[in-house]
Design a protein around this ligand. Structure first.
Ligand code: GCO
Ligand code: MN
Ligand code: MN
Length: 394
């Protein structure tokens, strides 16, 4: 059982849509049939999950009658009560129904936007009722295939309006809940709005209720766009915007693979675990307290047995990497290598305490610096990295 650097037990969570995915892809029909199976929550608990998450459509159909929906929610509450498993996050499916084909919050059709917003707010209410503290918004259909499909100012304005309205509703209702935006660069749209962690932070900064809006970054989504997931998490943490995470695996820039965590870029996964469990060397980022939430898809090749093998594999990978990251941090060679790499000095502000900009410009001359010595800096970064890899594969 892994613990973080503060001694807190790591808690695991899974999307219900992960294990219940039936294997349908653009080239073939389903290879399994577990849609909306609430028994999966019990099985998630058996494999070691502490919590689960779900979209409205993972539990009841979009066109369910009120009584069908109420009945499904009752069944869900029964499983929660019986298992003691927690519902920590909910989200809304605003991408499967064909009416969302050109967006929910960014559709040109105002009726689609109003329906989408109402659907989202209904799911906010359900999440609050079940005790979820995070509301994820993945705008998979918010985007375009062609650069002239939308007025791009209006699209961003409507996207911001939609997010801000959901945040305002959460505040108005007094819910203990924050929003996590989930970036993705493409798929299913050719280009999705808010394609990266940085893009999302920029839009959040324009919102009236941005204080309760942050990020839910997914490993594969950043890596599909050739971005470094661990560095993206660090930026979100630095901005105090890491509200939730979707861990999974991806092997470089290709379609969204949603592999088991660690089954893609293992090295980056190691540093993700190291950052989340141990924070940064200089202590600026503390260990992450939130759930380690897996958003993966059991490969289409797998039968139901493989579904649970793969669910277990996510937790096992996280636990194995936790042990390795801890051993790396505790290795005396780590401290020595960090000293050589001068890691601590980066925490010192570049300007001195009390040094004004005018003092700096007037008193510091470029000729004051010992350029030949600075050029010979020996950081030993390969040695430091080799140490991490020895722990990872050793
Ligand atoms: C994806 C996304 C989705 C979302 C989820 C939450 O793989 O493109 O991760 O799985 O996370 O639907 O809305
Ligand atoms: Mn994904
Ligand atoms: Mn996701």
């Amino acid at each position: 059982m892994a613990v973080d650097a503060n001694g807190n037990k790591i808690k695991y969570s899974f999307g219900l849509w992960t294990v219940n995915w039936d294997g349908t892809d653009p080239f073939g029909s389903n290879t399994r049939s577990m849609n909306q199976d609430l028994d999966s929550i019990r099985k998630l608990k058996d494999v070691g999950a502490d919590a689960f998450t779900f979209h409205d459509a993972d539990v009841f159909n979009d066109d369910a009658t009120d009584s069908e929906r109420a009945e499904a929610i009752d069944r869900l509450k029964k499983v929660i009560n019986e298992t003691g498993i927690v519902c920590e996050m909910v989200t809304t499916n605003t991408f499967s129904d064909p009416l969302f084909k050109d967006g929910a919050f960014t559709s040109a059709d105002r009726n689609v936007r109003r329906y989408g917003l109402r659907k989202v707010l209904r799911q906010v209410d359900l999440g609050a009722e079940l005790g979820a503290t995070t509301f994820v918004m993945w705008g998979g259909r918010e985007g375009v295939e062609y650069d002239n499909s939308k007025d791009l100012h209006s699209a961003h304005a409507r996207y911001a309006e939609g997010i801000d309205t959901v945040a305002a509703y959460i505040k108005q209702q007094g819910y203990n809940m924050r929003i996590g935006l989930e970036p993705k660069a493409n798929e299913p749209r050719g280009d999705i709005f808010l394609p990266s962690i940085g893009h999302a932070i920029a839009l959040i900064n324009t919102l009236d209720n941005g204080d309760i809006v942050g990020l839910n970054p997914e490993t594969g989504h950043e890596q599909m766009a050739c971005l470094n997931y661990t560095q993206g998490l660090a930026l979100a943490l630095y901005c105090e915007k890491l509200f939730h995470i979707d861990l999974n695996g991806q092997t470089g820039p290709k379609y969204d693979q949603d592999l088991v965590f660690g089954h893609g870029d293992l090295k980056n996964a190691f540093f993700t675990v190291d950052l989340l469990n141990n924070g940064t060397f200089n202590g600026g980022i503390k260990p992450y307290a939130g759930y380690r939430h897996f958003d993966y898809k059991p490969s289409r090749t797998e039968t139901e047995a493989g579904v649970w093998d793969s669910a277990r594999a996510n937790i096992e990978m996280y636990e194995l990497l936790s042990k390795k990251a801890q051993a790396y941090r505790n290795d005396p060679a780590y401290k020595a290598a960090c000293e050589r790499a001068n890691i601590a000095e980066l925490a010192q502000p570049t300007l001195s305490a009390g040094e004004s900009l005018t003092d700096f410009v007037n008193n510091v001359k470029l000729t004051d610096f010992d350029l030949p010595t600075m050029r010979q800096n020996d950081f030993g970064l390969v040695d430091l990295h080799q140490l991490a890899l020895k722990h990872l594969v050793g």
